[in-house]
Design a protein around this ligand. Sequence first.
Ligand code: MN
Length: 500
Amino acid sequence: MINLEQLELWFVTGSQHLYGADTLKEVAAHAQEIVNHINGTTKIPVKLVWKDTVKTPEEISSVFSEANFSGSCIGVIAWMHTFSPAKMWINGLKIFHKPLLQFHTQFNRDIPWSTIDMDFMNTNQSAHGDREFGFMLSRMNKHRKVVVGHWKDDSVLERIAAWSRAAIGWHDWQGARFVRFGDNMRYVAVTDGDKVEAELKFGYSVNTHGIGDLVAVINQVGVKETDALVQEYLDTYHVAVQLKKDGAQYQSLADAARMELGLKQFLEQGNFKGFSDTFEDLHGMMQLPGIAAQRLMEQGYGFAGEGDWKTAALVRAMKSMAVGLPGGNSFMEDYTYHFDPDGPLVLGAHMLEICSSIANGKPSCEIHPLGIGGKADPVRLVFDVTGGPALNASIMDMGNRFRLLVNEVEAVAPTKELPKLPVARVLWKPYPDMNTGCAAWILAGGAHHTCYSQNLTVEHLEDFAGMAGIEFVRIGKETDLYQFKNELRWSDVYYQLNKN
Ligand code: MN
């Protein structure tokens, strides 16, 4: 879905001419050594590219303008090995519009007690050089992540890695196209929002196609390719007896396969990275796409039901951020609660469309009536999801800003059978506890639709929200409702005053 080998992070070292050629040579060599070391670890998902040390306002503006226009550069890591007077950086930083990380490290880990002299002090000035740089970024109110620590420390590289993954998701959104088949589910509020503002803020566009445009593509899908995909279903899943070749509902499986092929073709032809549909607009469709949405999500497409374009785009971004990590990311909905005081739980599911990337084991492919939508029974993949740390994330349009809300949860493997619930489902305990977590989510206006992630952390999403310049709200182990309500109030004031 996304080729990480084509992406780069530029490593820019700041200095000035004051120190002379020998020191600048040493600065460049040190920066190269840092870049080579980091590239030699497997910590960062994309490669770092060393850039010539910048020493003048012209060189600084030039590297940032190149970074802006480079198709492969997804962000800049800046480090001041020596002092680099920060007025030199104003114009470059003003035009730079990609993610920025201020790496507050220094070349030497330890003070060389017995040999340290003024020459050493002259070259190794990060401790104050980065303060000057940091002042300018704060003075300009320029968002960046600050990572502090020695460059050989793995835990420091993990901070950079998280930011790199956020930058991958951010890069993927710029110019991305999402398609909605039909409009929003009628009267639903939280899934709606300002698509113009979203394009300004997030860089992706959302446009609608009538379902008939999709039906036309589905109807042209050939028998041969349909048969091949049906065979893939039969080979990949536990397929219900009635869906097999001599079963009574085999035609439904073939229809589902045709819908998947048509959808994929439509997405590829339009260069779309994700889609939403709605059960209220299925004219000409045989079924509500179930297995098609599930499998296309697993292939990396963003998806959300009921016209929810914000969640579809978020699912795509989170899948991009998580490329190469074990575990999955899926469209999700808080469906029903288990208020047992001994172990309260949320059961997450959707009518059909949970991504098979989060499945525990081989899904079963089944067909059951849906009860809404008035179409033929849809084919879907049914599975459970394993336990472990996870999170739910959602973006809401609050009128004057977008809010990214995240709740850390602990998924729990099901201990009971659910023989009459024929959908993929997940069980989790919200942090800090069921009642507080759900209360905080509701106070924050959190949507019922989310992206459920097994492999991203709060750090990835906080970095991502920073890149987007939107509000970030976290519900986690430390959440206290009194403080949380204050945070929301204060944040409201901040966004009333800060209208950029
Ligand atoms: Mn829904």
